[in-house]
Design a protein around this ligand. Sequence first.
Ligand SMILES: Nc1ncnc2c1ncn2[C@@H]1O[C@H](COP(=O)(O)OP(=O)(O)O)[C@@H](O)[C@H]1O
Ligand SMILES: N[C@@H](CCC(=O)OP(=O)(O)O)C(=O)O
Length: 357
Amino acid sequence: MKRIAVKIGSNVLTRKDGTLDITRMSALVDQVADLHRQGMEIVLISSGAVASGRSEIKAGKKLDPVSARQLYSAVGQAKLINRYYELFREHGMTCGQVLTTKENFGSRTHYLNQKHCMEVMLENKVIPIVNENDTISVTELMFTDNDELSGLIATMMGMDALVILSNIDGIYNGNPSDPDSSVIREIECGKTDLSEYVQTSKSSFGRGGMLTKCHIAQKVADEGIAVIIANGKKDNILPMLLAVDSDTVCTRFIPASKPVSSVKKWIAHSEGFAKGEIHINKGAEEALTAPKATSVLLVGVTRIEGDFEKDDIVKIMNEEGVQIGVGCTAYDSEEARKQIGQRDLKPLIHYDYLYLD
Ligand SMILES: Nc1ncnc2c1ncn2[C@@H]1O[C@H](COP(=O)(O)OP(=O)(O)O)[C@@H](O)[C@H]1O
Ligand SMILES: N[C@@H](CCC(=O)OP(=O)(O)O)C(=O)O
């Protein structure tokens, strides 16, 4: 593997009492530095800002959740990146901070700007350390958690693999504390439903939980990137996972072999920015879900909701009102509404700009 993304969860970096686990951090930096020395390009997506800030500050009065997140992350992120900087410097390596928000993935221009920033860092042997900008991203338009962010980064940077490090060995086929449960070692790409195994409980400092990890991992693997969920608290975990014929306990999502264009990958992760809904009839749904590549044509559209511009992201809904995909529209909403039901016009959403769930 040439290029990998490594996501480190809050629980990997914090001790039970909420303080930053410098020993663990240092061990992970050693492993990343070794891989970097061998010529691998690595992007770290590191959580831990809120957790490390929380243990640093004793707020004078009780804080509401938004204020607490802003205050703790402002302090904690500085502490976190400072520590990373010193640890990498001991290896003669430089790391750099990339703070982002979900909105930065909404428009293709912002998306490409971020990509360019990280490409130039990698080109100059700087290790990007990415986190959500928790100080300003407090609205409903924030990432579910850093697992979602790591999926976006892996797709955006054309990674060979995404390694998600948590405080658990992988996805268990039952309650992890039940002695009869064991780690599911491999998950084929496609539609394996993992929700029956995954408990909704979260670890003490985590935000999203295992269900978001599964959802993101499946989506990223479907786009042709290998995903591994493993235990970041285990010594030497990264080289062990990446070794040829590794039998280290973890959950591996087998990547799809079909190539997916970079525009399609961007669209696949852009559902949160949809400006409207395109409702289609049964015939159009059947055509779209058939094996042959098909565009969304106005002849199969029954209704259009919302106001959008040409090139905006829209949801595609079937007759039952269920979302079946997202796409980038070739018409603005006013024009599209006028042409509903018309034949022989350019597609409303071209196949190249369409992602089906
Ligand atoms: N079937 C399962 N297999 C593994 N972990 C599970 C499962 N169901 C729920 N979990 C919980 O998910 C937690 C990891 O998710 P999360 O708290 O988001 O961690 P992180 O901070 O590393 O992102 C585990 O510590 C575990 O308690
Ligand atoms: N941006 C937050 C990350 C929150 C989060 O997603 O945590 P986790 O579920 O442990 O990856 C922080 O640095 O505290």
